[in-house]
Design a binder for this molecule. Structure first.
Ligand code: UFG
Length: 338
């Protein structure tokens, strides 16, 4: 068995896929999750798929005593992968304090616990949202930082907290900036299970499944080839593998601070995504044009070449894989984990 990894938010969408890859690679996995936007069932399925077991604690990372208890019980944690956070942009605008409280306080609590227990390696779940509206695309890691909503600000702040804390304490800090995570595990056993689908692909998927009548395309008057916004969609299994590569790297030898874009490096428009879903599902999927959604940037595409080189990692799944795995998960489990 390889080293012990603590995964916060491990029962969530990206967390559960990462736990699966970690177990498959022989790591020992300890999950801390408050199950506020996740289900224990995701991890039961991860255990079934891998034939391995993990340790689970239903603990909120803001609960100092609860988290301390985990660090006491689970000796020899070699590294932390930190996913636990709230992630809905619109909700963060409505309720900024909840976002700062949860995302910042929770992360500070985790960092303090790491310091107390001599854990000095962390892989952090950041987002392309830290670039705000990028001046040039594909965006590189050294681009100007400029988030535009409380969710994004919380990610920028956490990056800074980790950089400052890491620097003075000689930590290995890997900041992974995801572009648009989509798709599900090839088995169709685990996937994204949103209470309400704010993101494009889960929404389209629910329309295809007949759970919703139509999808709104938010704006077709952008300066893009077909007028709809372009995003760099990245398959969740590819994302998960990048976390494993990051851990492999920092566990092998000290690295200090590493910052990587995780994207496929190519963009698709909203219309192209809907069209791909129609083609793969063979269903009509009603779409209507609606006004722009406030806060959307026309184009967000990342340059993943730094991660490609340093982590020897590449996004292997193409558009069809992203859509077909989403559809497989949707049809196999129309109600997600419920
Ligand atoms: N869209 C629609 N209809 C929908 C949902 C989305 O047309 O019902 C459009 C959006 O306007 C956007 C594109 O589809 O142009 C993608 O939207 P998503 O909501 O799927 O993704 P975002 O790019 O807005 O957000 C994602 C993550 C955020 C992260 C952000 C960074 O979900 O967590 O990328 O840019 F902050």
């Amino acid at each position: 068995m390889k080293e012990k990894i603590l995964v916060t938010g491990g029962a969530g969408y990206i967390g559960s896929h990462t736990c699966l890859e970690l177990l498959n690679e022989g790591y020992e996995v300890v999950v801390v999750d408050n199950l506020s936007n996740a289900s224990r069932e995701s991890l039961a399925r991860v255990e079934k798929l891998t034939g391995k077991t993990l340790s689970f604690y239903e603990v909120d990372i803001m609960d100092r005593a609860g988290l301390a208890d985990v660090f006491h019980k689970e000796k020899n944690i070699a590294a932390v992968v930190h996913f636990a956070a709230k992630k809905a942009v619109g909700e963060s605008v409505e309720n900024p304090l909840e976002y700062y409280q949860n995302n910042i306080t929770g992360s500070l609590c985790l960092c303090e616990m790491m310091l107390e227990h001599g854990v000095s390696r962390i892989v952090f779940s950041s987002s392309s949202t830290v670039y705000g509206s990028p001046e040039t695309v594909p965006v590189q890691e050294n681009a100007r930082i400029g988030a535009t909503n409380p969710y994004g600000h919380s990610k920028v702040m956490m990056e800074q907290v980790l950089m400052d804390t890491g620097k003075v304490n000689d930590w290995d800090v890997v900041i992974l900036r995801y572009f648009n995570p989509v798709g599900a595990h090839d088995s169709g056993e685990i996937g994204e299970d949103p209470e309400y689908p704010f993101n494009l692909l889960p929404y389209v998927s629910q329309v295809a499944a007949g759970l919703r009548e139509q999808v709104a395309i938010f704006g077709d008057d952008y300066e893009t080839p077909d007028g709809t916004c372009i995003r760099d969609y990245i398959h969740v299994v590819d994302l998960a593998k990048a976390h494993v590569r990051s851990l492999d790297k920092i566990l092998q030898k000290p690295q200090g601070l590493l910052v990587y874009n995780l994207g496929a490096g190519r963009g698709y428009s909203v219309k192209e995504m809907v069209e791909a879903f129609r083609r793969i599902s063979g269903l009509e999927i009603k779409a209507v044009i609606e006004p722009r959604r406030s806060g959307d940037v026309p184009v967000s595409v990342g340059d993943p070449s730094k991660a490609n080189k340093d982590l020897e990692w590449i996004a292997e799944h193409d558009l069809d894989d992203m859509v077909s795995s989403t559809w497989k998960w949707q049809t196999k489990y129309p109600r997600g984990y419920r």
